[in-house]
Design a protein around this ligand. Structure first.
Ligand code: 4AD
Ligand code: MG
Length: 465
């Protein structure tokens, strides 16, 4: 029998009782019992539920069972029988047990007692073995799959945009430099500056903050595309909602105006939420019971409500009239802080809100300018407990307006020649947005810190694992 032949615990748990022995493999969650009988709770990551293994102690070498402790990895063969104990419908009566790897109880950090999420972050290499992180990472997988399925089913093409970029046009924040130059002895130009012509790419390069600009190139040829990849921001924001490395989904669509863009965003978010409820039930139930009793209710309510759509100007009016004191006061022209976004969503409207028509001075150069000369066709989607989950806009498709905005902002236009070519040749109205994948994961799982929905998070002063 090949080594990988096994029954997944997820399948074993729903299998009927049978006379044929099966083999399961996994990590021991707990072991209890006495000198005669041992009950081993086994998990292989296929489901949040454990399979109970019953072992007749005298039938096994003492040295073997002694090492079957929390964290050990074993392979067990035996018959699946209906369980007399409560809590499970089937269990395995062990015939053979093979120990792959022991886990010394004196040093294995995950013991039966619960651990704090903070402690688990320090052992991110082992936390996938906990119920909580098993659930989160299975949901993360399901959401990734659902994202591709949604776009594929709707005629979008997955476009791979570069991770190393030579332009900082987006202005989304500080970037991480990519270089092969010797940092202790970099080549210099005549005027004493670092000579990036001698660098790997012959110019300054960074890790991308967004795939959007290249995504637009794709949309203006394939009509509807999306990207789904890692993005990087070197801002020093140590908040529960920011990562230095995060994943973003960025659809970009020709022939979509801002209303079409909002319709897509709303439909997409509802689709993903529905998908999670339909496919991740056990894991969501666990997270609901363990961390956030309102989680399942909140997910259902988002599917069943129309998102509120308001202008930035109306948002400012509501916030100015609000009966609460914000840390940051608001006035027309100021950017909305997380406290304002959450007030609108959680207190005022009590549902997701899409804000459009932001002041042009607080938004990126590429957003389509409204005729009022002050606002742009931006849209931010705000979610309960999260704040901003999506940022997007209709794009400026008029070459002259775009060029004048670029020069107003002092962006080096020569770096953007390739981008401007799309407006020069066969320009088209188009729109797009970016969904922060980990923010979506925060919403779906009900977790409150973004470090807990990313397998190996990168934040200021933290790039362990
Ligand atoms: O609003 P942002 O900066 O928009 C863009 O990057 C556009 N180029 C997107 C587009 O139109 N194609 O970022 C989009 C989303 C935010 O709404 C947020 O969900 C997430 O990305 N995000 C972050 N998530 C985690 N950590 C960070 N540091 C994030 N910064 C943005
Ligand atoms: Mg934004």
């Amino acid at each position: 029998m090949s080594l990988k032949n096994r029954t997944r615990i997820k399948e074993a748990l729903i299998s009927p009782e049978s006379d044929k022995a099966i083999t399961v493999k996994g990590w021991v969650r707990t072991r209890r019992g006495n000198k005669k009988i041992a009950f081993i709770s086994l998990n292989d990551g296929s489901t949040i539920n454990n399979l109970q293994i019953v072992a007749d102690v005298p039938a096994f070498p003492e040295d073997l069972l002694r090492q079957v402790t929390t964290g050990a990895c074993i392979s067990v063969t035996g018959k699946l029988t209906s369980s007399v104990g409560s809590g499970q419908s089937v269990e395995i009566l062990a015939e053979t047990i093979e120990l792959y790897g022991a886990a010394d109880p004196n040093s294995y950090p995950l013991q039966k007692k619960g651990h704090s999420l903070e402690f688990l972050r320090e052992i991110a290499h082992l936390r996938p073995r906990t119920n909580t992180f098993g659930a989160i990472f299975r949901i993360r997988h399901a959401m990734s799959y659902a994202i591709h399925k949604y776009f594929n089913d709707n005629g979008f093409f997955y476009l791979h945009t570069p991770i190393i970029t030579g332009s900082d046009a987006e202005g989304a924040g500080e970037m991480f430099r990519v270089t092969t130059l010797d940092m202790l002895n970099p080549p210099k130009t005549a005027d004493g500056k670092i000579n990036f012509r001698e660098d790997f790419f012959g110019k300054e390069t960074n890790l991308t903050v967004s795939g959007q600009l290249e995504g637009e190139l794709g949309a203006l040829a394939l009509s509807e595309i999306y990207t789904f990849g890692p993005t990087f921001r070197a801002e020093n924001s140590n908040t529960p909602r920011h990562l230095a490395e995060f994943w973003m989904i960025e659809p970009e669509m020709a022939f979509y105006d801002i209303d079409d863009n909002m319709d897509l965003a709303e439909d997409f978010l509802k689709y993903l939420t529905t998908y999670a409820l339909e496919h991740c039930n056990d894991d969501l139930q666990f997270l609901n019971n363990m961390y956030d009793k309102e989680l399942l209710g909140r997910l259902s309510s988002v599917i069943n409500t129309d998102f509120e759509r308001i202008t930035y100007t109306r948002a400012i009016d509501i916030l100015s009239a609000a009966d609460v004191t914000f840390e940051f006061p608001t006035s027309w022209g100021s950017d909305l802080q997380s406290e304002h976004e959450r007030y609108l969503v959680e207190k005022h409207f009590q549902k997701p809100v899409i804000i459009t028509g932001y002041p042009k001075k607080i938004k990126a150069f590429y957003m389509k300018q409204n005729d009022d000369g002050n606002t742009v066709r931006a849209m931010d989607v705000l979610f309960p407990k999260i704040g901003e989950i999506i940022g997007g806009s209709q794009r400026e498709d008029d070459l002259q307006k775009l060029e004048s905005r670029i020069s107003e902002l002092g962006i080096p236009a020569d770096e953007l020649g390739w981008y401007l070519d799309t407006r020069r040749f066969g320009s088209a109205p188009h729109s797009g947005f970016g969904l922060g994948f980990e923010r979506m994961m925060l919403f779906i799982t009900g977790m409150s810190n973004i470090r807990d929905v990313m397998p190996f998070p990168r934040t200021p002063k933290n790039a362990e694992f």
